[in-house]
Design a protein around this ligand. Structure first.
Ligand code: COA
Length: 195
């Protein structure tokens, strides 16, 4: 009993030590990503200028550029094989952790959201706080709820096409800011109703 307790504590201790290495070893990062405290990342590829809030967990995710991921989000991650006789990792070999989840560019993911593995979130999309996203989200579309449904588009279709074609997401911060200033001069922002 005592030996198993000590082994158990030792296992926990080693697991704790491995966490930061896990973060470094199994992910790739572009430049200037701001990953805050207590974030767990595994098998992720980050582009540039992304933000990830506290306590978020991303597993097997491709993240583009200029994304804002709020705290307490879970993106990707294993699916347990409920059709097998056991769903425990220790007893079943069928659990699935192979489908990549993709976050485009300049996406905002609200606090506490869950995004299922394999889903693609389009450029400029918004995921409302505490949403459960089970299907792909088209570019510049706002989804909310559980399961997440579309409530509106951010801009008219012609504007969405221009933004995507001009691909400011792949510009440096200075260039992208200049591009967006010019864009705003051509197409002034409509004020948000009631704000
Ligand atoms: C998604 C969001 C951006 C929408 O903002 P908005 O355009 O001002 O939306 P509105 O308040 O006009 O709401 C539109 C409808 O969607 C619903 N809705 C909005 N956000 C929702 C959410 N997160 N979950 C469920 N429903 C939501 C509203 O109840 C409303 O429904 P109704 O038309 O039936 O009344 C905002 O609600 C949100 O979730 N922001 C995330 C904030 C956050 O997580 N911050 C963390 C730090 S970055």
């Amino acid at each position: 009993m005592r030996i198993s307790y000590i082994l158990n504590r030792l296992h926990h201790f080693v697991a704790t030590l491995r966490l930061p290495m896990y973060r470094i070893r199994h992910n790739t990062f572009g430049k200037d990503n701001f990953i805050t405290e207590h974030v767990l990342l595994h098998g992720c590829h980050f582009g540039n200028y992304n933000y990830v809030g506290n306590y978020s967990i991303l597993n097997n995710v491709i993240v583009g550029n200029y994304n804002s991921i709020a705290p307490h989000c879970i993106i990707g991650g294993e699916e347990h094989a409920y059709w097998d006789y056991s769903m425990s990792d220790r007893l079943s070999k069928l659990n699935i952790n192979s489908r990549k989840t993709t976050i485009g560019h300049d996406v905002w993911i609200g606090a506490g959201s869950f995004i299922r593995q394999g889903v693609t979130i389009g450029n400029g999309a918004v995921v409302g706080a505490h949403s459960v996203v089970l299907k792909d989200v088209p570019p510049y579309t706002i989804v909310v709820g559980s399961p997440a449904n579309i409530i509106k588009k951010r801009f008219p279709e012609n504007m969405i096409n221009i933004l995507q074609n001009d691909n400011y997401y792949n510009m440096s911060q200075v260039e992208a800011k200049k591009y967006l200033q010019d864009f705003q001069c051509k197409y002034p922002i409509q004020s948000h109703e009631g704000r």
